[in-house]
Design a protein around this ligand. Structure first.
Ligand SMILES: Nc1ncnc2c1ncn2[C@@H]1O[C@H](COP(=O)(O)OP(=O)(O)OP(=O)(O)O)[C@@H](O)[C@H]1O
Length: 371
């Protein structure tokens, strides 16, 4: 038997996978490569295809077209129970009539593992999720978070090279969720197993993942590290889904090396050309915007937009402000404790350097699909 620590993760490769239900495409030509031992999160709004993708990998859903390899082997057509994958769902699905110990031992019994080895492995899996003291309890005697830790122990006890988790923390309160996120991260590090994790919560995705695949309407919009997605979103949907953002729209003009937008009579400029085919928008992260009282001097290459503070949210370490712009859209600014503070109703200017704005193609689905 290999120790848990020596377990290597499996590589996964989905290539041009589609899944249709009648004329509806739940997955529309998805390609995704996951490295051995990687923590990959599938992130997106409800109905975007995350669970369908996970179910395809698990073998619970067959693809309509495309290929799927796990550990270098083609597994299309291989039934779920022959794929040797650990799975954890949102609802704990422990057997209520079995103790914690027997629940965790179950996958080993199925595999005919002998008593001595079974006991060692169950103990080790329960140790890993810090539930060793609960081996003789029944699921009904555990809290939701404890049940989910037992479900996790049951899914790793047979050393699967791949662990799939579908919103495993979705039913838990925020504090517990944040603590278990760190536990899952630690377990991933200790095991070296490949983890594929489904969530609609972008903060959770940022905390956990090596890389994130952002889903929208059955397609993957972008795959990258949290840093890539925040700093260099390739689409407006990704820019809006990850982190806070201000989106500026208006009639566009390009003069070869720069693009200007007319936002309700105020012109803002970025030093880049947009693609001729695009209706361009500018996306700004809160930390790239500076809020000032109107009329304060500015540097030459600074853009400014007038607005009115519509919301002030105290965050402890600073404040977050929403600013109603002239065109009716909302700007989002973050300020630190040392900055000047503003009150709702204050007239302000939002200032930014053109180089700090992302120029992206407009996409009408980007606003409506936020969760
Ligand atoms: N068996 C099915 N028959 C018909 N449509 C389905 C079936 N399973 C899923 N769908 C549809 O496929 C789309 C993708 O569903 P999926 O469960 O993958 O979304 P999701 O991103 O995981 O969403 P959620 O976060 O709400 O679980 C949805 O529109 C869903 O209604």
């Amino acid at each position: 038997m290999n120790g848990l620590r020596e377990q290597r993760g499996a590589a996964i490769e989905l290539s041009r996978v589609s899944k249709a239900y009648g004329s509806f495409k739940a997955l529309d030509d998805i390609s995704l490569q996951i490295q051995p031992g990687e923590f990959m999160t599938l992130l997106g709004p409800s109905g975007s295809g995350k669970t369908t993708t996970l179910n395809v990998v698990a073998g619970f859903t067959e693809v309509s077209s495309g290929t799927l390899q796990i550990g270098g082997s083609n597994v299309v057509g291989v039934p779920a129970h022959k794929r040797n994958i650990g799975v954890v769902f949102q609802h704990y699905a422990l057997f209520p009539h079995m103790t914690v110990g027997r629940n965790v031992a179950y996958p080993l019994r199925l595999r005919g593992v002998g008593k001595a080895e079974l006991e060692t492995r169950v103990r080790r899996a329960l140790d890993m999720v810090k539930m060793a003291d609960f081996a003789y309890r029944y699921p009904s005697e555990l809290s939701g978070g404890q049940q989910q830790r037992v479900a996790l122990a049951r899914s790793i006890v047979f050393d699967p090279p791949l662990l799939l988790m579908d919103e495993p923390l979705g039913a838990l309160d925020k504090k517990l969720r944040e603590w278990l996120q760190l536990e899952i991260k630690r377990i991933h590090r200790e095991l070296g197993t490949t983890f594929v994790y489904v969530t609609h919560d972008q903060e959770e995705a940022l905390v956990l993942s090596d890389r994130i695949a952002v889903f929208n309407r059955g397609r993957i919009e972008q795959i990258g590290t949290g840093h890539d997605l925040y700093d260099a979103p390739e689409t407006l949907f990704v820019g809006r889904f990850i982190g806070d953002s201000t989106v500026l729209r208006g009639a566009a003009r390009s003069d070869g090396s720069s693009t200007a937008l007319d936002v309700a009579g105020e012109t803002v400029t970025v030093p880049r050309r947009h693609r001729d085919t695009d209706r361009p928008v500018m996306l700004l992260r809160p930390e790239k915007l500076v809020m000032r009282k109107p009329g304060v001097d500015r540097s030459d290459n600074e853009n400014r937009l007038s607005g009115t503070v519509s919301e002030a949210i105290y965050l402890g370490s600073g404040s977050k402000y929403e600013v109603l712009l002239r065109d009716g859209s909302t700007g989002i600014v973050r300020s630190s404790l040392t900055d000047q503070s503003f009150a709702i109703g204050d007239a302000v200017e939002l200032c930014f350097r053109g180089a700090d704005a992302k120029l992206l193609a407009d996409d009408s689905t980007a606003d409506t699909t936020l969760t």
